[in-house]
Design a protein around this ligand. Structure first.
Ligand SMILES: NC(=O)c1ccc[n+]([C@@H]2O[C@H](COP(=O)([O-])OP(=O)(O)OC[C@H]3O[C@@H](n4cnc5c(N)ncnc54)[C@H](O)[C@@H]3O)[C@@H](O)[C@H]2O)c1
Ligand SMILES: [Zn+2]
Ligand SMILES: [Zn+2]
Length: 371
């Protein structure tokens, strides 16, 4: 084994664009693996890391957390993976020691397994942070060995990478965070990579109505292709009133489940107000530190108290990666989960800033970096 040199997309300091630089990637340590990345999706969270000044991570930062690749080498004590294995990287592999893990509930693990920092900026040797313990906008990265989840040989890695974040988050929100029952009415606010995955999850869960809400007609068209039964453009209509009208049942309508996948506090408030009696809203979008929401308690029709509404928070679909990632790959291979149409653009390492721009202007579902 030896230190490997490769290219990576770094945020070097606050309020600068992401740039491609050469990095040195050290050998994996005990219980770590070094992975040659084959493909990585660009998730909105990478853009948020840039926009929120690194989100508490020390600079320089290797961006990217939706990656798939091939195990290049394994550290001491790793017996379940070998060089050449195809893997998807998990940023929430359970720690096995926190209170949730100790009580046998690893989906709600408090902290995820992380590797030692092993990526250095070539020009000055500065040690890099890795977004969500992954750092997949890099030709090589090092992760904890239990965060590298083996894929079936027939699974194309340029599709499998989406499982790592957008897909497991959206589908997992429906199956794990807030289980949707067959026949339920579901609303999804925000139809990007995450929201479309919520829609796919709701379809797999046999929801009776799946109402997609977005401000972009192109996204709403895609939402229909992924399984939405109705669409609402929140730019031209009142999303809450529209969802209630579409679900009118003699009891003022509303959905049993509303999922927010925009990162906008206003949309969390909408999600809560569009619930039927006893319904559950789930927030997925990443908030800024000072973001807050106002929830009315006492309004007879939509107040949280009288409507008996609840609000849940989804972190990466409350995933147990060792179980969920192979299952999602299987659903793809059985043509029950559409990943092909989620990859709307394949790009190179140097195109990340352009992909961020596309994301803000609404042109793509997922840009995927091919190495
Ligand atoms: N909780 C988690 O584990 C987790 C995981 C992945 C992503 N995220 C977060 O989820 C959010 C969505 O991620 P993404 O990659 O799908 O982003 P994206 O940019 O691909 O999609 C966001 C969508 O929201 C739509 N939107 C914007 N304003 C809206 C409004 N007022 N009403 C309705 N729709 C609106 C946009 O048109 C777009 O389609 C981001 O905040 C991201 O950081 C959270
Ligand atoms: Zn993500
Ligand atoms: Zn834990």
């Amino acid at each position: 084994m030896a230190v490997l040199e490769g290219r990576a997309v770094l945020l070097n300091e606050v309020d600068t664009d992401a740039v491609v630089e050469n990095v040195l990637v050290e050998d994996p340590g005990p219980n770590e693996v070094r992975v040659r990345i084959v493909a990585s999706g660009v998730c909105h969270t990478d853009l948020t890391v840039k926009n929120l000044k690194g989100m508490g991570m020390a600079f320089p930062i290797v961006l990217g957390h939706e990656g798939a690749g091939i195990v290049e080498s394994v550290g001491e004590g790793v017996s379940h993976l070998a060089p050449g294995d195809p893997v998807v990287l998990a940023y929430r592999a359970p720690c096995e020691q926190c209170p949730a893990c100790r009580r046998g509930d690893p989906r709600h693990c408090y902290v995820a397994l992380r590797p030692k920092q092993r990526i250095r900026r070539r020009r000055d040797g500065a040690l890099c942070s890795q977004v969500l313990r992954c750092g997949t906008f890099s030709e090589y990265t090092v992760v904890h060995s239990r965060a590298a989840i083996k894929m079936p040989a027939e699974m194309p890695l340029e599709k499998a990478c989406l499982i790592a974040c957008g897909v497991v988050t959206g589908v997992g929100a429906v199956f794990n965070t807030t289980p949707v029952f067959a026949g339920a009415r579901v609303a999804v606010i925000g139809c990007g990579g995450v929201g479309l995955s919520v829609i796919q999850g709701a379809r797999l869960a046999h929801a009776s109505q799946i109402i997609a809400v977005d401000v972009n007609d192109a996204k709403l068209k895609q939402a229909k292709e992924f399984g939405a039964t109705h669409v609402v453009n929140a730019r031209t209509a009142d999303a809450v009133a529209e969802v209630r009208a579409l679900t009118e049942d003699g009891y003022d309508g509303g959905v049993e489940f509303a999922f927010e996948a925009t990162g906008l506090p206003m949309c969390i408030e909408q999600a809560v107000r569009m619930l039927s009696y006893g319904g559950a809203a789930t927030t997925i979008g990443l908030p800024a530190e000072t973001d807050s929401v106002q929830l009315n308690l006492g309004n007879m029709a939509t107040g949280v108290y009288w409507n008996k509404a609840s609000l849940r928070v989804c972190h990466a679909g409350d995933t147990l990666p060792s179980h969920d990632f192979p299952l999602l790959a299987q659903l793809y291979l059985q043509k029950q989960l559409n990943l092909d149409d989620m990859v709307t653009r394949e790009i190179g390492l140097g195109d990340v800033e352009a992909a961020f721009h596309e994301m803000e202007t609404g042109g793509v579902i997922r840009s995927v970096i091919r190495f």
